[in-house]
Design a protein around this ligand. Structure first.
Ligand SMILES: Cc1ncc(COP(=O)(O)O)c(C=O)c1O
Length: 440
């Protein structure tokens, strides 16, 4: 740990921009590792919250950025028909299933992508309401926050007219009445009473509810929801920002559920570590009005060239298949660890989007092991592994490692976590150490 960087960070970086779990201060990175000032290499199971989809300093990304920045074909797409942005738009459209005419909008982050969709759909459909889910995280700017339902965002008022459903969670289905049937019944009730479906523009959904606790919906739920929405002309917006682009073991996570979204939002891994997001949607909606959602530097040649290289590298290096193989090893490994560590209540996920829920009394009330989760994450850092936690009760270890992670690295991470669980159960991490790191 670098005391100097940590001190400067405390002094100059706004708290409102932080979710800190331990005092990591990287000065470099390569592959699946980040490097601290003293040269210590930390294996990264978090991959910068999924933004480092190809890891750090992937040679193909470094090369693409170098080339694009050497002779910049403008710094904006607003009033320039810029080749790299056009090419990336063509490529994104080509990987989205279906044959309707589609267009692409570029932004800087998942937050602005979902924000743009909220505003666009309200204007283009003339419908003011949206359906979302408790636990959903679609972003941190007004529009995307207003259709989110995450416990970290109670500071900002929600948008009028958004209705929230419970995201079905198979691990807690006996304890909480959250079966798909009941949730869809609730939607019918809303449609028949306080939320007439003709007022609803769209449903926003994460194919795996990530920040809400890496919850994989039970099979059939998404399809039934889609059917119900289609009956009323309600559009389907799928947020692939965190789990898309190969991470789930398919190119798009919505493909596991056989969904046909109208609008798809991409971000995080798309930029290969640079700020880049994209919305892919039907041309007739995306052409609603000129200059409706503009940001000067969006679609700039450097970010979109990195984006093109991300798509190419996923294919060239068979990263979707790797996500399946290494993801399965990790899930199997955690299930083995569950034999030794009572705290592990559930292991779930798809590909390299994995959640490990930590609970007390796992055979009965499954009480969130919040303090223990924070301590395990802290201890893992001390032992050489970066891993974060998510969930409405801050008790789910989240794995979104680079898709390039190999089996040896995944094994090493599991060994470190095994030790971290043991050390925490032996009280090696006092409460006072983690008090500074409240997470989120
Ligand atoms: C599913 C999902 N959508 C959108 C966002 C917002 O993305 P960003 O923070 O890059 O703006 C996130 C961030 O965690 C996310 O997980």
């Amino acid at each position: 740990m670098s005391k100097n960087l940590i001190n400067r960070d405390s002094k100059y970086i706004a708290e409102i921009e932080k979710i800190r779990f331990f005092p990591v201060a990287p000065i470099g990175g390569d592959g699946c590792y980040i490097i601290e000032e003293n040269g210590r290499r930390l294996l990264d199971f978090a991959g910068s919250w999924g933004a480092a989809g190809l890891g750090y300093s992937h040679p193909a990304i470094t090369e693409a950025i170098k080339k694009a920045s050497k002779s910049m074909a403008s710094a904006s797409l607003l009033s320039y028909a810029s080749e790299p942005a056009i090419a990336l738009a063509e490529e994104l459209i080509s990987i989205v299933p279906g044959n309707i005419p589609r267009k692409v909008w570029f932004g800087h982050s998942g937050s602005d992508a979902n924000d743009m969709v909220v505003r666009l759909l309200e204007a283009a459909t003339g419908r003011r309401r949206f359906i979302s889910f408790y636990g959903a995280y679609h972003g941190g700017v007004s529009g995307s926050m207003s259709v989110s339902g995450h416990s970290s965002q109670t500071h900002s008022p929600k948008r009028e007219g958004v209705v929230y459903l419970t995201y079905p969670n198979p691990y807690r289905s006996e304890l909480e009445d959250n079966s798909p049937e009941n949730i869809l019944k609730k939607l019918d009730q809303l449609f028949n009473t306080t939320c007439p479906p003709k007022e609803v523009a769209a449903v926003f959904i994460e194919p795996i509810q990530s920040d809400g606790g890496v919850i994989v919906p039970p099979s059939g739920f998404m399809k039934s929801l889609e059917k119900k929405c289609r009956e009323h002309g309600i559009l389907i917006v799928v947020d692939e920002v965190k789990v898309g682009l190969g991470r789930s073991g398919l190119m798009h996570a919505f493909e596991h559920d056989g969904l046909t979204p109208d609008i798809i939002t991409f971000g995080k891994a798309l930029g290969g570590g640079l700020p880049l997001s994209a919305v892919v949607g039907p041309s007739e909606i995306m052409d609603f009005a000129p200059a409706f959602s503009i940001m000067t530097a969006s679609g700039n040649p450097v970010s979109v060239s990195a984006g093109r290289t991300v798509l190419k590298t996923i294919e060239n290096e068979n990263l979707i298949s790797n996500a399946n193989i290494v993801g399965k090893n990790l899930q199997d490994g955690f299930r083995e660890l569950a034999n030794q560590h009572e705290l592990i209540g559930d292991v779930r996920g798809r590909g390299l989007a994995i959640g490990v829920e930590l609970v007390k009394n796992r055979h009965k009330e499954k009480k969130a092991a919040k303090l223990e989760t924070a301590k395990i994450v802290y201890r893992a850092y001390e032992l050489g592994l970066i891993i974060f936690y998510v969930g409405m009760e801050s008790n789910v270890l989240e794995l979104t490692p680079p898709l390039i992670m190999n089996e040896n690295e995944s094994k090493l991470g599991l060994e470190i976590l095994n030790q971290a669980f043991t050390d925490v159960s032996n009280d090696l991490v006092p409460d006072s150490v983690i008090e500074k790191y409240k997470g989120w």
